[in-house]
Design a protein around this ligand. Structure first.
Ligand code: PLP
Length: 376
């Protein structure tokens, strides 16, 4: 019988510890723990400690986490914010809704994250901030990016939706700039059973503002003070999601270890394949600790490989549908980024999550070897 490897096994993400999850959900709901109860505070506390930030705020999702951060930072119309073309549209949308302009730039060749040189070349008098997006669970080159930001007087806001727990020089993704955000969408490394997100900062003013803004301007569950001084909205993290996330954070290190193990297997399988361009291996450079939200690699025969894997029960995905934010011409973001375009023509995500069995990983590796063996 052929082993099947769906790209996402959604039910599996619940069923891995279904009885415990049901118990947590039941315990939380049966005591009326719906909105901004102790579970949210407990999760915020744990999240801040885990990533090494002073403050954390639980929010409804990763997209709104970015929007709240931008608004709390006073980003205004006319401001430009630089980010990679190879970013999820969510970051650009939040920049737009904060009134500013997203400026997409090229990838670097070695890590396929935003190129510091491309950032510096895109700076204008209107540039307000740099937004490193730590795609695939790897931190961008933060030493160079912070250096550029300092030299040009720019702020740094990190979209760490895909990188909670990733590190560079021992420091956590999301803690390098003024603030950082995370997504706990079900497929994320720390995934919830619905939408959820997190916001972290060391800045007490930003913290207070975001905490108030996610709840109509109030810091407590109900009662909005008459002297409310920020325009807020409803971007609260659901209490029951917070309870689940706190539990999942308890075994998150194991989750990441398993992802890194699988990434190493894919690396070993693909490292000698002609024409393949691989992400850095887990132990490639001790300065980086990657959490492998995805294993994204490039090969010129991407489409043939994808069909071959699919015929053998292996699901793959082309990240973000195969286009970068710089291609969104109708939204005014059209830019010529040839390196990013080539990346999207050749890139593929292999199945990668902590619930994959050894038999599933073996099947993916054997099928990759068979394809490249017969095609070389
Ligand atoms: C890089 C990146 N930024 C932002 C987001 C948005 O997060 P959410 O789906 O929780 O709104 C995602 C989620 O897919 C993402 O991958």
């Amino acid at each position: 019988m052929t082993v099947k490897v769906p790209f996402f096994d959604w039910a599996g993400l619940y069923n891995e510890r279904g009885e415990t999850f049901s118990r947590i959900i039941n315990d939380t709901l049966s005591r009326g723990g719906f909105i901004l109860q102790k579970d949210v505070e407990e999760f915020e506390d744990r999240l801040a400690r885990y990533v090494g930030a002073k403050y954390a705020v639980g929010v409804s999702d990763g997209t709104n986490a970015i929007l709240l951060g931008l608004r709390a930072s006073g980003v205004k119309p006319g401001d430009e914010i630089i980010l990679a073309g190879h970013s999820f549209i969510a970051a650009a949308q939040s920049i737009h809704f904060a009134g500013a302009t997203p400026v997409p730039v090229e990838l670097g060749e070695d890590d396929w994250l935003v190129s510091p040189e491309a950032i510096e070349a895109a700076i204008t008098p209107k540039t307000r901030a740099i937004m490193p997006v730590h795609v695939n669970g790897r931190v961008c080159k933060m030493d160079s990016i912070l250096d550029i930001a300092n030299r040009h007087g720019l702020e740094v806001f990190e979209d760490s939706a895909q990188a909670m727990g990733a590190k560079f020089d021992g420091k956590g993704a999301g803690t390098f700039g003024r603030w950082g955000t995370y997504s706990f969408y079900p497929s994320k490394t720390l995934g919830c059973f619905g939408d959820a997100g997190g916001f972290v900062t060391d800045d007490p003013d930003i913290y207070e503002r975001v905490r108030a803004m996610r709840n109509h301007g109030a810091n407590k569950a109900k009662s909005i003070p008459v002297d409310v001084d920020v325009w807020g909205t409803n971007s609260r993290l659901d209490n029951v999601h917070a309870a689940i996330l706190t539990y999942k954070l308890g075994y998150y290190d194991e989750t990441i270890a398993r992802r890194r193990e699988i990434a190493q297997r894919y690396h070993d399988t693909l490292k000698d394949v002609e024409g393949a361009r691989l992400p850095p291996a887990p132990d490639a450079d001790p300065r980086w600790f990657d959490i492998y939200q995805n294993y994204e690699f490039c090969h010129p025969e991407r489409d043939a490989l994808r069909a071959y894997l699919s015929e053998r029960g292996i699901g793959t995905i082309i990240q973000w549908g195969g286009f970068g934010i710089h291609e969104l011409k109708n939204l005014g973001m059209g830019r010529d980024l040839p390196r990013t375009d080539r990346f999207f023509r050749e890139s593929l995500l292999l199945p990668l999550n902590h619930i994959l069995t050894d038999a599933q990983v073996d099947h993916v590796c054997a099928t990759l070897s068979a394809f490249f063996g017969s095609n070389r």
